[in-house]
Design a protein around this ligand. Structure first.
Ligand code: GLA
Length: 433
């Protein structure tokens, strides 16, 4: 069977779809259309809520929202993917959460931003937002596959965030620091109003990544740095493999990993595990061969020796080595190293997530193995795991061949048909029209 590729909407097309859906549903024109991208993480997985580093890029696949303010406090949301109109009162969400459905995301961002502004001492802005955006009509068009681990939720949150920022005339999206407040609002929406204890990587990627770059994100300080990631000039493509197996961050497994890390940090006497990673990683440290005697490096072993529970030891081993792998890849990018010098870091990241963090699944392992066998420059699962997507770097003329090899492996194993996205790093959240 031929591999199925999921195309990204061009911004004009995405905007047209959202606008037409809005006009058909609400019999009026929207005030504007905003766009926010999904993301993949190149490396640094399950490091964000541990105060470590991550290295995401924004996908060309994005969510488009057409918006118009309502005078009452209702949220009315229609989406191409869920054609039934969803209605929710913002005042109800304020009292009853976590909640399900698109209203929890949209309303969560509005309530989240009010809270974030207050916490930052911007009371006047918080009041302005409440007065100017009491409720909202929303039409959503998306080329980000849903529940695939590509952050369609964060993309929706960020599209709403940049939209209400402009509708309330706050101007936050115009500055980097302002964008960080919008990131915080999206994160709060997800943590409090949706009930998924996620770490902020996804919203940061959607809001702060730059076109043709990967974003070095330090989740302890929320400092960032963009590294050029010009794949075409290297003759490479980034292939995303959607295993089409389900993935739900609010189902308890993700929260259990997070709780294990927090407990380990408490035992080890730090507020976040990331504090235990040295600032500079020694080139002599083995971070890639998980079966070698000298894995993990001695500074990791020193910490693991203080823990007793075998499962906790594995979780911490993943987190500490993964943060170090991410730091190393950032250094290699900085030095302009070729991908064949860092492919092992991607492969080791997957192995560590599979073996120590136990968030991979058979489909992800099969996708990664098939891509590597077809000659990829490293392959790994991306995002929270338990299904979802894998990424792999391949020679540009081998995209189809690699995809075909994955389809063949999936067919042989009797899995769902996988789907593919061939992507370049795209622009962050913003207004389209
Ligand atoms: C999900 C979460 C993120 C992050 C990743 C794993 O995408 O939303 O906060 O923890 O998993 O790196």
């Amino acid at each position: 069977m031929e591999p199925e590729f999921i195309p990204a909407y061009q911004p004009k097309e995405g905007a047209r779809r959202a606008r037409e859906l809005f006009e058909k549903t609400f019999s009026a024109a929207p005030s504007g259309v905003w766009r926010a991208p999904g993301r993949v993480n190149v490396i640094g997985e399950h490091t964000d809520y541990n105060g470590g580093k991550a290295l995401p890029l924004a996908l060309p696949h994005a969510i488009y929202v057409a918006l118009k303010v309502r005078e009452d406090d209702q949220l009315k949301i229609i989406s191409e993917d869920f054609p039934e109109l969803s209605i929710l009162k913002l005042s109800d969400l304020e009292k009853h959460y976590p909640a399900k459905g698109p209203g929890a995301f949209v309303g969560g961002v509005i309530l989240g931003l009010v809270q974030v502004l207050r916490d930052s001492g911007l009371e006047e802005n918080a009041r302005q937002l409440q007065a100017r955006v009491p409720g909202l009509e929303v039409a959503v068009a998306s080329s980000v596959p849903l529940s695939a681990g590509l952050s369609s939720s964060a993309a929706l949150e960020c599209a709403i965030a940049v939209g209400i920022d402009e509708l309330a005339d706050l101007g936050l999206a115009e500055s980097f620091d302002g964008r960080k407040l919008l990131v915080a609002a999206g994160k709060l929406a997800e943590n409090r109003y949706v009930g998924a204890p996620t770490g902020g990587l996804d919203q940061s990627a959607s809001m702060l990544c730059e076109k043709d770059c990967v974003l070095e994100l330090d989740c302890a300080t929320w400092q960032t740095r963009s590294h050029p990631f010009d794949l075409p000039s290297l003759g490479l493509s980034l292939l995303v493999i959607d295993t089409c197996t389900s993935h739900d961050l609010a189902d308890g497994q993700y929260g259990a990993r997070r709780a294990a890390c927090e407990e380990a940090a408490r035992i080890l006497g730090v507020s976040e595990l990331g504090e235990l990673v040295p600032e500079t990683i020694s080139p002599a440290d083995n971070l890639t061969d998980l079966n070698a005697d000298n894995y993990p490096p001695s500074w990791v072993c020193q910490q693991l020796d203080k823990l007793e529970n075998a499962e906790q030891i594995s979780r911490v081993r993943h987190v500490l080595t993964e943060i170090a792998r991410c730091q190393l890849l950032c250094e290699l990018l900085e030095a302009g190293a070729a991908p064949d010098q860092w492919r092992k870091l991607l492969d080791a990241s997957h192995e560590s997530l599979r073996r120590d963090y136990e968030v991979s699944c058979e489909e992800l392992d099969t996708a990664v193995a098939a891509a590597r066998k077809a000659g990829a420059y490293g392959a790994r699962m991306t995002g929270g795991g338990f299904g979802g997507c894998a990424i792999t770097l391949v020679d540009s003329d081998r995209v189809e061949t690699t995809a075909r090899a994955v389809v063949k492996a999936f067919n042989k194993a009797g899995y769902n048909q996988p789907r593919f996205l061939s992507v370049l790093p795209s622009a962050p959240a913003g207004k389209v029209e």
